[in-house]
Unconditional design. Sequence first.
Length: 222
Amino acid sequence: MPVEVAPLGLDVLTRSPDKRVRRLDAAVQVVDAAARLGIPRLNAMIGWLPPKPDDEAADGSAVATEEHFAVAIELAGTLAETAAGAGVEITLETHMRTIHDTAAATLRIIDGVGSRHLRANFDAGNMFSTAHAEDADEALDALNERITYVHLKNCRGLTRGFDYHWPLAGGDLDYRRIVGAIIGIGFDGPYCIEYSGGGDRDHVSRTDLEYLRGLLADLGAG
C-alpha cells in the first residue's frame, strides 16, 4: 500500500536556539527517510504559538512577531532545500494555533522561502475554528496554485468552542461548495479525509469517503 503523505512535526518557535537546531536536524533526517521509503510528501507544522497571558483569545499568527516569522522562514527554507535534494515535497497545514494558521501567514512563509518544494495543505475545518483566519473562498483565492494537499473535516460552532464530531456532509461547512471551489483553482488531489471526532472513526471515514467520491463525480472531477 503506497503512503502518499507522512507527518512532520517541528515545534521550534518557542524553543531555545540549541533545541531548534536539534529539532531541525531530526526533521532533516525525516525528510531523507521519506525519500528512501518512497513517500512523496510530508505534511508539516513548524511552530505552535500559545496565547499571551493578557489575551487568551489570540494565538498562532495573531501573536506572531517579526522574529517568529523570520525564524519560521529560515527553518522552512532549510527543510525545503533538503526536500528539493531528496525529491520530496513539504506542505504547511493551515492549522489552528500555529504560525501558519491562516492563508496570509502560510503564504508569507511559502513566498518567503520561494521553493517549489514548500507548498500548502488547505484545511478549511481548522481555519473555521480560528477566529482571525480567512473564510474558505478568500483562503483558496490567496493560496491558489500553492495548494498541493487538502484535509477534509467538518465541525460546528458552539456557544463556547467547536464540535468536530461531525461527518463531512454535516457540520457548518458546506463541502459541496468548498470542494467545488477547490476544483475551480485547478487542484486534483490528493485529498485526506481527517475525521476528528470520537466514536467509530472507521465508520464515519467510510461514509465520508463515499460522500467525497459522490461529490467529485457530481462536480465532474472523476
